[in-house]
Design a protein around this ligand. Structure first.
Ligand code: SAH
Length: 281
């Protein structure tokens, strides 16, 4: 949900209070969507059957090329996004670039925003929240040095997009969301897209996910005024955490935390703007 303010990238202030979005689409790739279901509900009489079948075939024949063309165009835009917004700005980890190219970002944005899914900016996902700018997702993912065997905690599930990018690379993703509706929708979306290694929990992320700790890495995608001690405690020795730290509604610093010998060191990477890391009511 944010844009960096450095490296020549725009910082849209609108990302802090976006308008409510429509519920996200949850189509599965290649399942024919409602068109196949419509054909199944026809109850043709004997004589009408051939006509109904013909109707379905014609409908599918007319619809299929349009769907294929749309998917191809979205895939081309996704490839361009990886090249121009991410690789050219310095993200170099091949696993991260591959994951950004693989995750269908358009399935994580509200239906009305489909055409904007690969734009160089955050987008509203409803409930006053946003899906982060693609470059920020890639930079944060690269910063924790994700490896195939890792177990990673994300705080701030939102649409589930960052969790999906992580799930393409690491063994297991645990993600916590404070808004129940967003958590539920993200959980269904991740399941429908086949991400069996991503678990969603609705809770206050300040507490982390104690039952699943320790984690090899932690990604916080909401602006924190301080680094919550439970998150440091749940980070494995040698682990890395990336978290935007600063005042809500202003610019924060994307901060990399490393834990070595029981001590933590922090390094500020770049200025960013995220939605606030809230407290449970
Ligand atoms: N990572 C998301 C974007 C997250 S936007 C994506 O890829 O789409 C920030 C999210 O953090 C919002 O969904 C917001 O509801 C959530 N959030 C804010 N405070 C939180 C808290 N205390 N615990 C868990 N989630 C929180």
């Amino acid at each position: 949900m944010m844009a960096p303010t450095g490296r020549g990238v725009r910082t849209p202030g609108a990302c802090l209070s976006p308008p409510e979005g429509r519920p996200p689409a949850r189509r599965r790739p290649g399942n024919g969507g409602t068109r196949v279901a419509a054909c199944r509900t026809l109850r043709p009489t004997r004589s009408a059957a051939p006509l109904s079948i013909l109707g379905c075939v014609l409908l599918l024949a007319a619809a299929a090329p349009a769907a294929v063309t749309e998917e191809a165009s979205l895939a081309a835009r996704r490839a361009a996004m990886v090249r121009t917004q991410i690789a050219q700005r310095g993200v170099a980890d091949p696993a991260v670039l591959k994951a950004m190219g693989a995750v269908q970002r358009h399935r994580f944005v509200p239906a009305g925003q489909l055409g904007d899914a690969y734009d160089d900016r955050p987008l509203p996902i409803g409930y006053g929240q946003t899906i982060s700018q693609p470059y920020i997702v890639a930079a944060m993912t690269e910063s924790i040095r994700p490896r195939p065997g890792h177990r990673v905690l994300e705080i701030g599930t939102g649409s589930g997009y960052q969790a999906a990018v992580l799930a393409e690379i690491v063994a297991q993703v645990f993600t916590v969301e404070i808004i129940p509706e967003l958590g539920k929708t993200a959980q269904e979306r991740l399941r429908n897209l086949g991400y069996r290694n991503a678990a969603v929990r609705v809770a206050d992320g300040h507490d982390g996910w104690p039952d699943e700790a320790p984690f090899d890495a932690i990604v916080v995608t909401a602006a924190a005024e301080y680094i919550p001690p439970p998150l440091i405690a749940q980070l494995r020795e040698g682990g890395r955490m990336i978290i935007p730290v600063g005042a809500p509604f202003f610019t924060q610093m994307l901060t990399l935390v490393e834990k070595r010998g029981g001590q933590t060191t922090t390094r500020q990477l770049m200025p960013v703007r995220f939605v606030p890391f809230r407290r449970a009511p």
